[in-house]
Write a protein that binds this ligand. Structure first.
Ligand SMILES: [Zn+2]
Length: 257
């Protein structure tokens, strides 16, 4: 069944069942149970791996020990240059999912990312806290504005898109259908932004990582620096090699003109 129709059916179903229960004289807490489909929608929206509203790629199909590190929310004026320095020192290529507003503010960092051989993708224009409530038109605006900021810098529009917070909705799915982006998720979530103990974060990543893994990290906070310094040698010891997302999944990172 079309996932958008399923979404509206679940919402209708929730209110219909609750209404019927109240009408039949059941207590309000029974009526609340009728709203469970809405809870299901909320959970499904927040779990990008479920592919509930749209299909995303979460890993590469390979048995070779290749992995792709990905960094969201940059470029950041303080941390992105330091992350790039660590990557350069280790001769590692990764992928950055950029926020359009930051691209506009720090174009020199985007150029550096590209010059040093990394891949970039679109991560919305504003990354606002209420972005998941946007309709299709507003989503398209978010996506297209970031595409054009990137195009101004490198002459090409990115093909990869990563939803902010990993949340997916039917409106985002419609926008993506129109913009023809490939949605990139992850199968290792580091929770690096809330990390108070870099060693524990590194240990968690090392336990979850598999050949073909896509790892979610962020280059907008200080802890990313000790995390990377510890993570890279550990993964090397496990014989993992680092590739960009496009290399891992064998897809072009830019729309062909
Ligand atoms: Zn983000």
């Amino acid at each position: 069944m079309n996932r958008r129709i399923l979404f509206y059916l679940l919402i209708f179903d929730a209110f219909f069942i609750s209404g019927i229960l109240l009408f039949l004289g059941f207590n309000w807490y029974w009526a609340l149970l009728g709203l469970l489909p809405i809870l299901l929608i909320a959970i499904a929206s927040s779990q990008i791996q479920w592919n509930f509203f749209l299909t995303a790629i979460h890993s590469g199909k390979t048995s070779e020990p290749k992995i792709a590190l990905t960094f969201d929310d940059g470029p950041h004026p303080i941390y992105t240059p330091q992350v790039l320095d660590i990557l350069k020192k280790n001769n590692i290529k990764v992928s950055f999912f950029l926020i359009g507003q930051n691209v506009q503010q720090f174009p020199h960092l985007v150029k550096r990312i590209l010059d040093e051989g990394h891949t970039i993708g679109n991560h919305s224009f504003t990354h606002s806290k209420t972005i998941d409530f946007k309709n299709k038109k507003s989503w398209l605006g978010e996506i297209e504005k970031t595409d054009s900021e990137i195009e101004k810098l490198c002459g090409m529009k990115p093909r990869f898109f990563r939803p902010p917070y990993g949340v997916t909705t039917p409106h985002l799915a419609s926008a993506i259908e129109k913009s023809k982006h490939l949605v990139i998720g992850w199968n290792v979530r580091s929770f690096d932004t809330s990390s108070r103990n870099p060693s524990k974060t590194v240990q968690k990543i090392c336990e979850e990582i598999r050949p073909g893994s896509i790892v979610l990290l962020h280059d907008r906070h200080e802890s990313i620096l000790p995390i990377l310094e510890q993570l890279l040698p550990k993964l090397r010891d496990k014989n993992f090699t680092f590739v960009t997302v496009n290399e891992l999944i064998h897809e072009e990172p830019f729309h062909q003109a």
